[in-house]
Design a protein around this ligand. Structure first.
Ligand code: SF4
Ligand code: SF4
Length: 389
């Protein structure tokens, strides 16, 4: 494992994301602790020292899990990052907050109580890295709200030593990131963004990297393999990469591209299986960034995929769906059918009800939650019509 510097700390270039841990029966909340612990043990014993979680991951159970999983190792040998869920709250009176979207139905709380609860769940006295979760065009109002005082409270926690380094994650535009960093100049020490060779153009990640670098900050990468999508490319695209470097996985190409960016300190990967972590750890044994010619090839691969619906399978949209549709899986099937591969034989006649796009009632409960801004009900409608033909 090689290491980079982030906020004056030596962090592993590969970080362990804890939002895609192995689960039982596809139920997000039901973490398979035995298998997940094996992954954490592998990560720790192979030099990974950066562990990322959030209040809402795995229906709130990711914090419980990672706190327990790391507790067997000395506290000063790993760094833990968690996030405040300001993108999923509503403001009530007297500093009380309610929850929405993926946290809908959770009991009301307050900013200090949420932070306290997170420390307890993670079994720690302090967070090494703490982030505002998903600062974007919608959530930014909550983070700016002085009465609610989220940022001020976190600065107090930092003064008290319970946060070592404060940052934020974002799916917002480069303009929003720039405005936010300008308004809070000197407050935030790092930024976590979705970054990979497909989003360089698709989500204008290039501009986001430039803005963050302009403010002198380092980047923690999320969705470096785009929820696994860049690990299993369409056949034709995979063949182009295999011809160039036989034996290298598509995931390794995506990670080596990230290694070529000097602004990046940590690349998070939400690893679900031992095979994935073994491959990723090998990729980060030492820096081996793609060269200019390989970059060109990756951008050609990306160009061929620009028409795909850019779902990362984060599952933010699934919890509120009254029809319990497996939205990310349906979108994966939609991409496959539209592009003539993967599940091209998808048929309504034999699909599970949770995979049937025609069951979407267009209620809009998923609209606005998606960090990728995917018009989910429109896709359900279009896909349903395609399949009826
Ligand atoms: S619009 Fe359709 S997919 Fe979205 S939450 Fe409602 S039923 Fe589910
Ligand atoms: S549709 Fe959007 S919210 Fe739902 S899983 Fe895909 S990226 Fe996540």
């Amino acid at each position: 494992m090689y290491y980079n510097e982030l906020c004056g700390v030596k962090v592993s270039a590969l970080g362990m994301g804890n939002m895609r841990l192995p689960v039982f029966n596809d139920v997000e909340k039901d973490i398979n602790r035995e298998k997940a612990q094996e992954i954490i043990d592998y990560a720790y014993s192979h030099g990974i020292n950066y562990y990322d979680t959030a209040y809402r991951y795995h229906g709130g159970n990711s914090e419980f899990f990672i706190g327990e999983a790391l507790s067997k190792y000395p506290r000063d040998s790993w760094y833990l990052a968690s996030k405040f869920p300001g993108h999923m709250i509503v403001k009530k009176e007297n500093g009380v907050i309610g929850f929405t979207s993926g946290l809908a139905g959770w009991p009301d709380s307050t900013v200090p109580k949420v932070f306290e609860e997170q420390l307890a769940k993670c079994r720690v006295d302090y967070f090494d890295f703490y982030l505002l979760h998903n600062v974007n065009e919608k959530s930014v109002a909550m983070y700016y709200d002085e009465e609610l005082g989220i940022v001020n409270h976190l600065l107090e926690e930092k003064k008290a030593g319970r946060i070592r380094h404060l940052g934020f994650s974002t799916h917002g535009t480069a303009e929003t990131i720039d405005k936010f960093l300008t308004r809070f100049e000197g407050v935030f020490e790092f930024v976590q963004i979705q970054l990979n060779y497909l989003d360089w153009k698709l989500q204008d990640a290039k501009s986001k990297v430039e803005v963050i670098a302009k403010h002198g900050l380092k980047i923690v990468v999320m969705e470096g393999i785009r929820g696994g999508r860049l690990a299993s490319l369409p056949e034709a695209e995979a063949a182009k990469l295999a011809a160039r470097r036989p034996g290298d996985s598509a995931a390794r190409w995506a990670l080596r591209w990230l290694q070529s960016l000097p602004e990046v300190a940590v690349v998070l990967s939400g690893m679900t299986t031992l095979d994935q972590i073994i491959d990723n750890v090998e990729t980060f044994a030492e820096p081996n960034p793609v060269n200019e010619e390989e970059k060109k090839l990756l951008f050609e691969v990306a160009d061929a995929m620009l028409s795909w619906v850019p779902c990362t399978a984060c599952r933010y949209c699934t919890e509120g769906c009254p029809m319990q549709l497996e939205i990310p899986k349906i979108i994966a099937a939609y991409n496959g059918v539209k592009n003539g591969d993967m599940m091209a034989s998808y048929s309504l006649a034999d699909c599970d009800p949770s995979m049937d796009p025609t069951r979407c009632v267009g209620c809009g409960a998923c609209t606005g939650i998606c960090p990728q801004n995917i018009p989910i009900p429109d896709i359900m409608k279009e896909f349903g019509e395609m399949l009826k033909k």
